[in-house]
Design a protein around this ligand. Structure first.
Ligand SMILES: Nc1nc2c(c(=O)[nH]1)N=C([C@H](O)[C@@H](O)CO)CN2
Length: 117
């Protein structure tokens, strides 16, 4: 299976379990790999035959602006449900970093994989 990916997409969102986190936007960095057969686009050279990573990046930005999750797990769950359903993804792997959330750590976060390659 081929992979279409987005790396280091930063989004601003309200996220966190502590009181102070409910009143600020924090930055998440998203790395996303999506299983997709690009053979048709290789042959046609046409955007409509592939998975448009710019459209997916826009979806992630929209979702970040429209939700105020407590946990990263909830954010990732909503995101994966939406992407799998919209783009019929057979396999997806996502890494979401919450930047500067924990003292002395550059980032903390989750890696979640769904489906099979
Ligand atoms: N597994 C998780 N652990 C923690 C989360 C989370 O979303 N998933 N969130 C927090 C706080 O919001 C933290 O980011 C604030 O520093 C703590 N642990």
């Amino acid at each position: 299976m081929d992979t279409v990916f987005i790396e280091g997409l930063t989004v601003e969102t309200v996220i966190g379990v502590y009181d102070w986190e409910r009143n600020v936007r924090q930055t998440l960095s998203v790395d996303l790999e999506m299983g997709f057969d690009v053979a048709n686009a290789m042959a046609s050279d046409n955007l409509k035959d592939t998975l448009n990573y710019a459209e997916v990046a826009n979806d992630i930005q929209q979702l970040a602006g429209n939700h105020q999750c407590l946990l990263l797990e909830a954010f990732v769950g909503i995101l994966l449900d939406q992407l799998i359903q919209k783009y019929h993804l057979p396999w997806v792997r996502i890494k979401v970093r919450k930047l500067g959330a924990v003292a002395n750590a550059a980032s903390v976060g989750l890696v979640v994989e769904r489906g099979s390659r």
